[in-house]
Design a protein. Structure first.
Length: 332
């Protein structure tokens, strides 16, 4: 009986995602390039399939890039810009602290070049990022999801907006929900999209305060499992201000897209404060528990729906923005 109730609650939460996504369906469409560049999606998929197996850790980086792009100015490829007319000093999104550890920009440039050769000036960089993120996850054995296309590229990219818009690793639950709500995402989306950390890494600088100086008096975050914290200090983040070393967010399962990340949360072994925050709210914690106890297919399906929903955040369509020839530069 309890399992049936939990299962019903899970699918009610998933239905909420579907209904919320449907309200913005008209903005984008599946197969948008069917006539203008019919090979676009297959060319992108083939490039990802050829190259990601040689650098599987890049899948998490490209997924993170899509996430960071959508949380600032919407999913418009603004994360890729080096300079714009409004930021002549190069203070674009990629220069903001949350984005300094992003990687994969050269990969996106290479994919864009392939598509440009096939169909010059047709496929947006924003769509390239969204499609590459999905295809990279699939190649590593993760879920697939629909990626409606038709996004146009933005011409504004501001470091301050990125700093203020991207959820920080030290956010508590209230701050996380506010941040997600700004781009039309709810608590269910927050829990599901955090599951991307199953294949991610975190730099010591993003969480070392939890290990060495949580409240400013040289203490440790009491919400972090003490044995896990001790191992991190002994084998990984050996000094408080380590800006180089990185840690697997799902140790033991970082190469596999699964629900193991959520199991670690329930054991107080979430790496970031923002991970641990998911267990501080009763509804979010219950959802985490349902994901752990349910089949992986539940997580895969629901994660895909949340990704599709996020991919529609404040998109530019129609005559808005432009189709950039080079993803790092706005068109002259």
């Amino acid at each position: 009986m309890e399992k049936n109730i939990a299962g019903n609650l899970f699918w009610i939460a998933v239905l909420t995602i579907v209904l919320a996504s449907a309200t913005t369906q008209a903005q984008l469409q599946l197969g948008f390039y069917h006539r203008s560049c019919p090979k676009a999606e297959s060319l992108i998929r083939e490039f990802v399939q050829d190259h990601i197996p040689n650098a599987p850790s890049l899948a998490a980086a490209l997924l993170r890039m899509h996430f960071h792009d959508c949380f600032v100015q919407g999913c418009d490829g603004s994360i890729l810009l080096n300079v714009t007319t409004t930021t002549p000093t190069n203070a674009t999104e990629k220069t903001a602290p949350p984005n300094l550890t992003l990687r994969g920009f050269d990969f996106i440039d290479r994919v864009k070049a392939v598509v440009e050769e096939e169909c010059p000036g047709v496929v947006s960089c924003a769509d390239v990022v969204a499609l590459v993120a999905r295809d990279s996850v699939v190649v590593t054995g993760g879920p697939s999801w629909n990626v409606p296309t038709g996004r146009r590229d933005g011409t504004i990219s501001n470091a301050t907006q990125a700093l203020n818009g991207i959820p920080a690793p030290f956010f508590n639950f209230v701050n996380l929900t506010k941040s997600f709500a700004k781009v039309g995402l709810n608590v269910t989306d927050l829990v599901l999209l955090s599951g991307a950390h199953t294949i991610g890494i975190g730099h010591c600088s993003s969480f070392s305060k939890r290990l060495y100086n949580f409240t400013g008096v040289g203490d440790e975050d009491p919400s972090l499992d003490s044995e896990y914290a001790a191992n991190l200090k002994k084998f990984k983040c050996k000094i408080p201000n380590d800006n180089v070393t990185f840690v697997e967010m799902d140790p033991g399962s970082v190469r596999t897209f699964d629900t193991h990340y959520y199991k670690l949360l329930l054991k107080r072994r979430g790496l970031f404060q923002s991970d641990a925050a998911l267990t501080t709210d009763s509804n979010a914690r219950d959802f985490v528990t349902n994901l752990v106890n349910g089949p992986p297919s539940n997580f895969f399906a629901a994660f895909g729906l949340s990704m599709e929903k996020m991919g529609r955040a404040h998109v530019k369509t129609g005559t808005q923005g432009q189709i950039r020839k080079h993803c790092a530069l706005i068109n002259n």
